[in-house]
Ligand binder design. Sequence first.
Ligand code: NAP
Ligand code: GLV
Length: 321
Amino acid sequence: MAKIVCTADLFDDEVERLRHAGHTVWLHSGDGQISQEKLIAELADAEALICLLTDRIDQELISAASTLRIIANVAVGYENIDIGAACERGIIVTNTPDVLTEATADLTFALLLGAARRIAEADAAVRRGEFPTWGLDQPLTGSGVFGKTLGIVGMGRIGTAVARRGRRGFGMRVLYHNRTRDAAAEEDLGVEWVPFERLLEESDYVSVHVPLTDETHHLFGRGAFERMKPTAILVNVARGPVVDEAALVGALEAGTIAGAGLDVYEDEPNVHPGLLRLRERVVLTPHLGSATRETRKRMAELAVSNVLAVLSGKEPLTPVA
Ligand code: NAP
Ligand code: GLV
């Protein structure tokens, strides 16, 4: 039976499913991320790897792992894996789509609302013992969400779930931009495809849901911010490098845009010091998009199911390559 290397802190019952099928499971334990050297050493005789988006599965690692048959990423994004190198070696790569869509869309809306209604600033003020006198123009007055225009860049699984919340929960006009139009979403949800520039110009909230690719790297830079409304709020729950963080700090400081809700950063776990300084209408979370107990369990289950399928000669459930 096969050796399975797992860099993720898998749930006990998922480890048990692998062992019950007769496989040997090697689990990374200890604090922090596994080193590249250790991972390469453990993969020398392994047939499957279950890994996290923080693991760099590059060409060097893939060519050293001569017995590897499947790489199961416990994430929907997979830019941490050199897909070309895996394909060349005939290694199957899988991800965990769908099971995390609603949790990630929930966090997107939490950040949108948090930045718009200044929840983190208000919470901090109350904890400092400040309770501003109720007045018509209070210091913590925010921006309305209901009925406003929401622009979605990347109307895939998560973008569509965010659009549904915007349309059905908050009565918003929803614009979207993809490379290909989504007729089903237009009909079901009444969303409107527009060119990227028009989306930037007309949206009160711009929410990013594209994967990180060469094409989307720094899609949001100075030029994009200059097209946005000065009252607009940017929400990024996709990948940090889709946004040029230095340009975002500049745009927030200059008042080119009004605020941001961010879950992802260009150089995780480091956050641009300029973002840390900005508090007004800026809400930051540490890559928590899919972080609910139920969702993380379903992601682990799906990764394990992919590994079990491939090791028993069946088709993977959710292959990306
Ligand atoms: P998906 O279903 O593949 O959706 C991605 C969408 O982006 C597609 O509709 C695609 O449409 C569009 N797109 C791709 N390239 C584009 C481009 N250059 N310009 C405009 N649109 C483009 O993926 P998903 O499941 O919704 O996930 C989206 C991303 O969210 C993941 O890749 C991951 O990075 C991120 N994510 C983050 C968290 C978190 O914890 N923060 C959690 C889950 C996912 P076209 O191909 O038609 O352009
Ligand atoms: C999380 O960021 C994911 O891609 O699943």
